[in-house]
Structure formats: structure tokens, C-alpha cells
Design a protein around this ligand. Sequence first.
Ligand code: MG
Length: 388
Amino acid sequence: MDICIKKLEWFKVAVPRDQPYLGNPQPGDVITSGGCIVRATNNSIYSLKDQSLIVKATAEDGTYGWGECVTVVAPQVAEAIVEQIHSPLVIGKAAMDVVEIMETLYNAMRVRGFWGGFYMDAIAAVDMALWDLKARLLKLPLCHLLGGKYTNRLKAYVSGLPADTEEARAEMAKRWQDKGFDTVKFPVVMNVNHPEKEVASLRKKLGGDAKIMVDMHWRYTAQEAVKMIEKMDEHDLYVAEAPCNAEDIEGQAQVAASVRVNVAIGEELRTVYEYRERFLKRCMNIIQPEMGRMGVTQFWNVCQMARTFHTLVMPHGSIGIGVFLAASLHASAACSQFVMHEYQHSIVDKNLRYIRGGLKCEEGYFHLPEDIGIGVDVKEDTLERFTY
Ligand code: MG
């Protein structure tokens, strides 16, 4: 089959939120003139809207595929990369040759040092759209192109408990538990000085069988992180995520070697090259690849690498309308190392209205959208309202 790619289109999406990501502004947080919030507790900038870049790739016969990348801030960057660098390199290429195309895009900026960050975000959206297109041309679900699925029910964990008090967060976790979700994750920024109190409160509310995870938001030195994790583990902590600065590879390895708790990292990494040294140094026993920053090719290659290092895979689920999530579920279903998938309940459910297909999360599990391609379609007419 030598059908060619005829057209790339892209849409910047910005869906308003009732409440900012990570909850209402706290003392010390800064609202910027660009419509973003900088959190004092982790020094990170977030948009006040749910922003992503959607890419549509269309073949000569009219068949199309969808991709989406995370563009939490400055979506114009990914847009410019897709428009000025990727689109001219992709048009006219054979639609079956998705890995070769991804390598072409990656190689094009290597000598300038662009092998991650915004550049890979843009590649992620294009690569995903091309995998979806290829699967649709072959009339197969994406997971079949990745070796086939282990399951069509993917365990989900509830991520984030956006409420203002410890008690309200525990209540929220309990409501999810009553709906069949036995694993929750809270961000350490909710209680930076005494996160062990948060774990104790959740443990008391949820009972002994619940799994409690903490996202430590890259805040601590290795020594601080180890001490803090041990304190939290007095109330049985399941996973400690991102304990040290993202660049502190030795610190990550030190933490992973020092605590009994599972250590997870990786949402900020985009390629096998960024993951490689962390695998070799045993920085984690769980990785958190993010489809909306990696695309299918790199996500899948990292999953294969995880197998060779006997490391588990717990995919990250970021901000978007669910296109990247559908692709992530397909790759997860085909991944031997898969444990559970992040469920950003405050984002996923409200944004599902922009796509059609069988994507849903209920009673503790994501249901794999099993139609051809990534199994979902973007409702372009509804999208118009939130593109700019
Ligand atoms: Mg995280």
C-alpha cells in the first residue's frame, strides 16, 4: 500500500475550566498577564484553561487520523513547529512509513540540540496522527499494530484531589472509592510540610486496602525525599512520584535505592534517550510515559525498554480533550508492563464531549475504545468554539 499523506491540519484548543488545575489559587501564587498561574509550591506555570494542539493527517483517499499534544502553556510554539517544519516534511510521504517519518522529523533539528521539550511535543501530535491514520487505512485498532492487546479494561487511578481542606480531600477520595476506584494520588503541594498527615487522613478514611500515592513534584533533595517518604510510609504509601529535581539523576537513583516504596518518574521525559540513563541507574521501578509529549513511536519504544529493565509502566495522563488519552490506552493495552493508567477526573470527563467513541472511565477502569485507529474521532463542529 503506497498511499501518500496529502494534508496536515492543526487546531489550538483552549477549554475554560471552572477551577484551575491543582485547585484554587493559594497565597504566593501569581496570575500572569498571559492568563496563566505560577504555583508558589512547585514554581511551575499552568494555563487557566485546558490547552492542547490537535493535529489531523489526511491521506490521498480522504482517510484521516488524529493526534494531540500537551501544550499547557504557549501552544503557538508547537503550532509553529508543525506548520513550518513538520508539515512540509510530512506531505507526500507514504502513510505506512510512520517510524521513518518520525525519525525524519527528529533528525531535522538534532544538530541544534532540539531533541526534547516543545520540539518533541509537536512531533508527538504528528506521530500520533500518522499512527491513527495508518491503523485506519489498515482498518485495525492501533493496539493490533503494536502486537495486540492483553486487556480491554485498564485499571485507572484517581489523580488529584482538588479541594481546599484535608478533610474535603479525604471525602473526595472516599466518594471515588465508593465508585470503585481503590487507588488515589494527591499532589504534595497540598501539604508541603507534612504530607504524612495527608496520607494518614486518607488512610483513615479509605481503610487498609486502598492504595495511596503521592506526587512530590520534583521538590526535594534526595535526603529530604527519603526522610519524607519514610514518614509517609508509616501509613502505607504505595508510590512516591517525582521525588527530586528532574535533572537530578543521581538523586533519583539514591531515593529509589533507599526506600521500600515504589518510585515513579518520567512524565517530563520524551524519548528513549532521555529515559535510558534513568533505566541504567535504576532511578525508578515504575515509569510514567506521557503520550501527549512522546507520540506513539517513542511511547512504545520506552515500553519495550521497560520490559528489558523489568520496570513497570504507569502512563501519565495530562491535559487535553482525550485524543492522546485514547492513543495512550491502546499502547497501554498492548504493553506487558502496564499496571494502571492515570485518570485526571477533573479534565477527562468534561472534555469527552469533544470526541466520539467508546472512551470512558468507570468503576475503577478505563474501557479501551476498540474501534479502528485510536478508537475515537474528534467532533470538529463542537471543537470550533474552543479553537483560536
Ligand atoms: Mg506528576
